[in-house]
Design a protein around this ligand. Structure first.
Ligand code: GLY
Ligand code: MN
Ligand code: MN
Length: 442
């Protein structure tokens, strides 16, 4: 066990406990029970889907597994009532001396009944709440279930990462970078999407279920599908690869995208990747405190349009491409999103901790954050250009005012390559942006 990790987690937990004490007081609750989550079983089957912890639970306690309960009360050590049933089918989960355990009073329980009674005898007076898939637990303990006022406060706080969380995301970037380097090698060796995916997974060193999201590995035209999940084994020696894949460390995600040209790619595509990379890096430099995210998103549309104009993909000025909606044909998604335990982390559309909403503008419904950047925010910066919406003329391209560039699938120079997207994970600090991805990956 690393002392540095234990001490950094101690500081994280202290900050989070102080926050929850304030939030409980503000919302009129005396205590909070976090439920780690249940398992989802397929219909009429005894086989479960891969388990994923309730992120609010994981945020306080990095113990992954179903059925655990965590009781948080102001000024008291958190009580962790683990769930480890006596069961001859499975290996019981034992905690041992993990780096985080000193922060908790831990009671290992072999039944739900025991867990409930351990929590019940420590519940303070007043109304308490439960967060998570808490139905039976909330009912047994008489708790308010997922009260929105408390949930939005937790979401709001999660957007500001502690030093411990930044370390986790940075390590997830280190691991993800190792996967990307290996995956690029497999691509340049002529590998299929399946080969590249397996190479990424082997380099990251885990199971598929450990990844923060399914890998996106698109050769050639499949690079156009933003969330392409196919894994073709029969297409090799790609002209291009778009790979969007990340890793998880102690529950925290990285979310990284790179686009590569293969040996058979033409010079135009290589030049487009280089230009897009320059624009993406300039946008990363703009991830500074006080900046409204929507403003940076607008800047991304302008700079991406400039790239497409310079590369002769479109022939409108940046301003006209944005005003006419043409830039949205190529760049339909948002510039990026909060990143944390969830790959699309929570709180992006909150206007304040009380839960008022700040929805995305009508023209940019996919913008996942409308917040103004603050130190501690971690966001992805992922401008891209896809050919997926460049269908036949008039086919929903959003073009207007007689935009002249041909975006027909046949004539768009991007089409055989799918598209270009480059994605880094950037931390806002008091002294400027810190690119957590580029510390590990060119
Ligand atoms: N990997 C999904 C995304 O970039 O949002
Ligand atoms: Mn991604
Ligand atoms: Mn992303």
């Amino acid at each position: 066990m690393s002392d540095a990790l234990a001490s950094s987690f101690r500081e994280h937990l202290g900050i989070r406990l102080e926050g929850i004490a304030q939030d409980l007081q503000k919302t009129g609750y005396s205590a909070l029970v976090l439920v780690s989550g249940g398992q989802y079983f397929y219909f009429r089957d005894d086989q479960p889907a891969p388990y994923r912890a309730n992120a609010h639970f994981l945020h306080f306690c990095p113990l992954e597994g179903p059925g655990h309960l965590l009781l948080l009360r102001p000024e008291k050590k958190p009580l962790l009532a683990t769930f480890s049933p006596d069961d001859f089918w499975y290996e019981p989960q034992r905690i041992g001396d993990a780096f985080w355990t000193e922060g908790f009073k831990i009671v290992e329980c072999s039944s739900r009944k025991r867990q409930i009674s351990e929590i019940a005898k420590r519940l303070p007076k007043g109304r308490a709440a439960a967060i998570g898939e808490s139905g039976a637990v909330a009912e047994a303990l008489g708790l308010a279930q997922n009260p929105p006022a408390l949930l939005t406060r937790l979401d709001w706080r999660r957007a500001i990462k502690t030093a411990y969380e930044v370390e986790c995301i940075s390590e997830a970037n280190r691991l993800g970078a190792a996967g990307h380097i290996a995956a690029e090698g497999a691509f340049q060796d002529g590998g299929s999407e399946l080969d590249i995916h397996r190479t990424f997974l082997a380099a990251v060193g885990g199971l598929e279920a450990d990844l923060p999201y399914p890998t996106i590995v698109g050769l050639n035209e499949k690079g156009a599908v933003l969330h392409y999940e196919g894994k073709r084994a029969d297409v090799r020696n790609g002209k291009s690869l778009l790979i969007d894949a990340g890793a998880r460390v102690r529950g925290y995600a990285s979310d990284i995208t790179r686009t590569f040209a293969g040996g058979a790619a033409d010079g135009r595509f290589c030049s487009l990747i280089t230009a897009m990379e320059g624009a993406q890096q300039a946008l990363c430099e703009g991830v500074t405190a006080g900046r409204p995210w929507a403003e940076l998103h607008h800047e991304a549309h302008l700079s991406l349009s400039g790239v497409l104009k310079d590369e002769n993909v479109i022939n409108l000025s940046s301003e006209d491409a944005v005003a006419s909606g043409l830039s949205r044909v190529f760049f339909p998604h948002g510039l990026g999103h909060f990143l944390g335990i969830q790959v699309h982390d929570v709180g992006g559309h909150l206007a304040d901790p009380d839960g008022r909403r700040a929805p995305p503008p009508k023209a940019h419904p996919m913008l996942r954050s409308t917040r103004t950047l603050e130190p501690g925010h971690v966001l992805t910066v992922e401008p891209g250009s896809t050919s997926s919406r460049c269908s036949s003329p008039g086919g929903g391209t959003g073009r207007s005012r007689g935009a002249t560039p041909s975006t027909g699938r046949q004539s768009t120079p991007l089409a055989p390559y799918g598209g270009v997207r480059i994605e880094d994970n950037v931390l806002v600090t008091d002294t400027g942006p810190r690119n957590l991805t580029r510390e590990h990956l060119p």
